[in-house]
Design a protein. Sequence first.
Length: 95
Amino acid sequence: MFNLFSSTDADWHHRLRRAVTKAFTMTALVQYEDALDSVLTSFVYQMDSRFAIRDRTVSFDLAQWLWYFALDAVSVISFGTPFGFQIGRASCRER
């Protein structure tokens, strides 16, 4: 797969990197904080309500839930609203 990370063409890599660098500056990252706070709050709520049950042991796949968190976080940054993986509104095929 030819992309920014696997490219061996230094000129092409430099041009593409310059196009995406602004999205990863500290100024840009600080702007994502409020949006990501809502996704993180949802994640903590889901963990508490589904798995933090007194007097009972509940097992779950943390990697899957972190995947849901990541998908919702990326969608909030990209589209302004979460896909809803953490609350069950969206579904995806197993990785």
